[in-house]
Design a protein around this ligand. Structure first.
Ligand code: ATP
Ligand code: ZN
Length: 226
């Protein structure tokens, strides 16, 4: 509900790569919570800062809609959804407040091992499978390359073997998944990591003071880690 504005509500991933590190970092900021039975909501005990446990893809939209105040999400997800919103003529509704130093990966273009890569123009007329259509389209436009973006929600790396696309644009960390699919990374579109996302503008009520306190503690906790 949008009624209670005297508490700060932070969306984090319910399960997955960012779930535990996000909780651990917020706990290192001195936050603690009482968990609800349905594991959707965690009520803040030491500070009026609550957690909402959701899918990472929902986090930017929850901030845009004002359902949550802040969120911990991959920069890749934040930039993709921002690009998508801009493409549909919407004003920016969220932005990166802090980079958090975990969940590192990159959004990369990968082509079959057998290709001799000689630059973006090689993609002209080709199909590229991705779950990041806004970021890929934006990059292709910047390069002046006319390629077809094939939108897949998962298993992007097998698309070339299935004949759905010639190349892919996907998240890479170790690169093992690419190797297993006879692909090689040739171009990085975005260096990503987990970020604290928030609205474009500052809060104009007590949430502003809570957010400032959280940011100070976050910066302290990050300094201790690095
Ligand atoms: P959800 O169920 O919440 O939708 P998901 O399957 O979309 O989960 P995860 O696979 O847990 O998400 O990845 C979450 C984030 O972790 C990614 O958006 C990205 O920022 C980061 N990440 C780091 N390394 C990788 C990687 N090798 N592959 C995918 N994501 C990675
Ligand atoms: Zn997801």
């Amino acid at each position: 509900s949008a009624a209670a504005r005297d508490r700060l509500r932070i969306a984090i991933q319910k399960s997955g790569r960012l779930a535990e590190p996000a909780r651990a970092l917020l706990a290192a900021c001195g936050l603690s919570w009482r968990e609800s039975r349905d594991r959707l909501f965690c009520y803040g005990e030491t500070l009026p800062v609550d957690l909402l446990l959701v899918r990472d893809d929902d986090i930017p939209g929850l901030i845009a809609d004002g359902v949550c105040d802040l969120g911990v999400v991959g920069r890749n997800v934040l930039l993709e959804q921002d690009g998508d919103r801009r493409g549909r003529g919407h004003a920016p509704a969220f932005r990166e407040w802090r980079s958090l130093g975990f969940g590192g990966c990159r959004l990369a273009l990968a082509v079959p091992d057998a290709w001799q890569w000689d630059g973006p123009q090689q993609l002209a007329g080709k199909r590229i499978a991705t779950s990041y259509p806004a970021l890929l389209s934006q990059w292709l436009a910047e390069q002046g390359v006319d390629a077809q973006v094939v939108l897949l929600s998962g298993s992007v790396e097998i698309a070339p073997r299935l004949g759905q696309a010639e190349a892919i644009c996907d998240l890479v960390s170790s690169g093992a998944t690419l190797v297993a699919n006879q692909l090689k990374p040739v171009q990085t579109l975005i260096e990503s990591e987990a970020v604290l996302a928030g609205p474009v503008d500052k809060f104009d009520d007590v949430r502003g003071e809570l957010a400032d306190l959280l940011l100070r503690r976050l910066d302290g906790a990050m300094r201790v880690r690095n």
